[in-house]
Design a binder for this molecule. Structure first.
Ligand code: ATP
Ligand code: MG
Length: 454
């Protein structure tokens, strides 16, 4: 067989070469070998070597002690850094997450054996070609995620690998091998020992991948029951309603597939109908309804995102989308109501709303599909008119400000804000009111009508 050739970045080749010349083994290893073999661009190049960290530091002029205890030294070449890690054997794991201790070894085979999946357990150097001791090449060929060695032991050591299995399946479009799957089912409970941040990182990679539908595998393997039980409820909630062809879970997957692969958009899609299981009612005709599910769903989404320790900006963006995702669904949007919606939602976020609405529609049945498409287009053209007319949508867009209001006798304080809000409310109904004179007259009228409040 011809030796498979991978083009290493010049610096990686140089580091390997220097280590080899000093008498040590050295290889590119793990994700970068896997991605190169798949024709994907690796995002980092990890190097593994028989040299100890101190030996590595003796060979290169500029190094950083990134994680000496775990064998990792960063070698600096030009303005780039490359992690060089000593062949390693992990000690006992006591918490399903971290080895108690690691020890170094001079055997590449032992280092590869500690890695999670066969496709991640290959090494490469120019002199040796691909070192594939555990069947990684054939698993790549067959598009299979398979644990290295005994899968039960591997998930028992580190439960995060359970998330990684499904996430790689989603990123690469692979399937999880049967024995590996069975071991996941037996160990999914141990995900409770993995930190929320790590779960979220893997979940994000899974749902922003080309195959967010692999979340269904996570459900079938008992993973979501632990990390996102709300999703299991969705999978188990049918929708007997002419507008739907899927249960809530499968509809949700379709919506995720139809929004851009952007974190907040995929999370918004994941959460948009999450309150449906608890909002479901069935009428006399047997038709299911889900009143208020977007409002309740927004609150649920926030508490789940807090549980996953997500950042506040994402929480805000996702909450807003879940809350408003059903706006306009009845086809009764007017420019007046759209101005109100945009005032609260933020006109600059309109494309997010549009994208969710469109994906939501595509994940439904064909019943009245043409009408729904026309309705959505009508909302877009009203939006475009509102933007073209530069209609006032926020307090900032009002032709009067706090100082104008104070100049007609409103004392500084909360009353100023209240009056500006009142004026905005009027202008949202009728944009032609947004003129300084008119607004001040309205403010005066407001104060005389409601003297007890001013
Ligand atoms: P990506 O960087 O695309 O997320 P990757 O495979 O490079 O994928 P990293 O987390 O960067 O993943 O890890 C690099 C390598 O280290 C992996 O390819 C694998 O060999 C090994 N590895 C990482 N995490 C684990 C783990 N939890 N258990 C065992 N081996 C692991
Ligand atoms: Mg990596």
């Amino acid at each position: 067989m011809d030796k498979i050739k991978i083009t290493l970045p010049a610096q990686v080749a140089e580091i390997i070469d220097k280590l080899n010349s000093a008498g040590y083994e050295a290889y590119a290893v793990g994700g970068c070998v896997r991605d190169s073999l798949l024709g994907r661009e690796p995002h980092d190049w990890d190097i593994t070597t028989s040299a100890t960290p101190y030996e590595v530091k003796g060979i290169f002029r500029r190094t950083v002690d990134t994680g000496i205890k775990h064998g990792t030294v960063t070698v600096l070449l030009g303005d780039e850094g490359f992690e060089v890690t000593t062949f390693r054997v992990d000690g006992e794991y006591s918490d399903h997450r971290h080895p108690e201790e690691v020890s170094f070894t001079r055997e590449l085979s032992e280092d590869l054996l500690r890695r999670d999946f066969t496709i991640n357990a290959m090494a490469y150097s120019e002199p040796t070609g691909v070192v594939d001791l555990y069947g990684g090449l054939s698993d790549l060929e067959n598009k299979v995620i398979k644990a290295v060695g005994d899968p039960d032991a591997r998930f028992d050591e580190d439960a995060l690998r359970i998330m990684r299995a499904v996430r790689f399946a989603a990123q690469l479009g692979f399937t999880v091998e049967e024995n590996t799957k069975a071991a996941i089912v037996r160990h999914a409970e141990f995900l409770r020992d993995v930190s929320a941040e790590r779960i979220e990182t893997e979940l994000t990679k899974l749902i922003t991948s080309p195959h967010p539908e692999k979340l269904i595998d996570a459900y079938q393997l008992g993973i979501t029951a632990v990390i996102l039980p709300e999703f299991d409820k969705m999978m188990e909630t049918p929708q007997n309603n002419p507008f739907h062809k899927y249960d809530v879970g499968r509809h949700t997957i379709a919506v995720m597939q139809n929004v851009p692969a952007v974190r907040a958009m995929r999370f918004a899609a994941l959460f948009h109908d999450m309150a449906k299981p608890e909002c479901k009612t069935t009428d006399e005709a047997g038709i299911d309804h889900f009143k208020m599910h977007s409002v309740k769903g927004a609150d649920m989404a926030v508490s789940i995102m807090r549980r996953l320790k997500m950042d506040n900006d994402t929480i805000k963006r996702v909450k807003r989308l879940v809350y408003w995702h059903d706006y306009g669904i009845k086809g009764d949007v007017t420019k007046k109501s759209l101005r109100r919606m945009l005032s609260q939602f933020g006109a600059e976020n309109f494309e997010d709303y549009y994208s969710i609405r469109q994906a939501d529609m595509l994940g439904q049945s064909d019943y009245m599909l043409e009408e729904k498409k026309a309705n959505l287009l009508r909302i877009r053209s009203m939006y475009e008119e509102i933007i073209a007319e530069a209609d006032c949508l926020t307090i900032k867009d009002l032709k009067v400000g706090g100082s104008d209001v104070m100049a007609i006798g409103v004392p500084a304080g909360p009353e100023v804000g209240k009056i500006l809000k009142y004026l905005l409310d009027k202008v949202l109904d009728d944009p032609s009111c947004n003129e300084k004179e008119k607004l001040l007259q309205m403010a005066e009228a407001y104060m005389t009508e409601r003297p007890e409040q001013s």
